[in-house]
Design a protein around this ligand. Sequence first.
Ligand code: HEM
Ligand SMILES: [Ca+2]
Ligand SMILES: [Ca+2]
Length: 313
Amino acid sequence: SKAYGSGGYLFPQFYDHSCPKAQEIVQTIVAKAFAQDPRMPASLLRLHFHDCFVKGCDASILLDNSGTIISEKRSNPNRNSARGFELIEEIKHALEQECPETVSCADILALAARDSTVITGGPSWDVPLGRRDARGASLSGSNNDIPAPNNTFQTILTKFKRQGLNLVDLVSLSGSHTIGNSRCTSFRQRLYNQSGNGKPDLTLNQYYASMLRKQCPRSGGDQNLFFLDFATPFKFDNHYFKNLITYKGLLSSDEVLFTKNKDSRELVKLYAENQEAFFEQFAKSMVKMGNISPLTGARGEIRRICRRVNHVY
Ligand code: HEM
Ligand SMILES: [Ca+2]
Ligand SMILES: [Ca+2]
């Protein structure tokens, strides 16, 4: 029967009968959160990414430490950085009231990522559904498999390929940095000592760099926040790519898309010129990312509370 997913693939109508209001409930709570905190959509979009890159889209990122679980929340990419967990829990609570033990936390993350994109002005897409939730987490996977902002272009591409994603997915999905924030600590190296020679990254606009140095000193201020896209930080648009072309990408991992590889550079130019092309590809690549190793059928479980597994064996 369809109730357990059909042979391991996802489809957008998965909850049409079991929880017809599921998508509406997620959307309403995301909209309410955005009204209170304009950064929240960015944080939700990133949670889905950090989930999918570690053991697949199985809500492993949401699990807290417990007797059996070493939480991914403590990993380098997530510590002092990943946020939105309380909101996911709020959505889960509302869905448990509406249809108990039916909608997975992994699907909530996928839906919230789509709704976050739409509410900030980006493209929409049908979200394939039917993921189930993991009974475990992987701290080492989170540390190793999620790209770091100082990784080389090649390392980042390799980490995407490991997930079945390609260069086009890498460039379009990086366009997520059209919204949201980064801490000083994630790009400081570029401002002062990019290659260990005491010089700033010369692929960073030097006027922009001098502005950034004021709030991101050589030492201290690690948690100070900066817009990833200074031009339109709360709008999902193609300004991120326009920034890269003018050497105003905030992270090294952003700017290398324009400076280190010919094919990637061409895509950056295309998306900077043509927002529609970016939107269309972004939607496709999000569906692809959302398909990374889902748990379906009888595998995994539908958690009642997203931050912990149902039973501790
Ligand atoms: C290509 C490799 C990527 C690297 C190296 C990277 C790295 C980062 C870093 C360092 C931050 C700032 C974290 C902090 O300082 O607190 C960040 C923020 C963010 N990332 Fe990425 N990222 C990448 C790809 C992606 C992808 C594929 C998505 C989504 C599909 C994404 C979505 C976001 C969003 C929305 C934020 C802002 C979050 C917020 O404001 O709470 N990133 N990323
Ligand atoms: Ca995961
Ligand atoms: Ca923007």
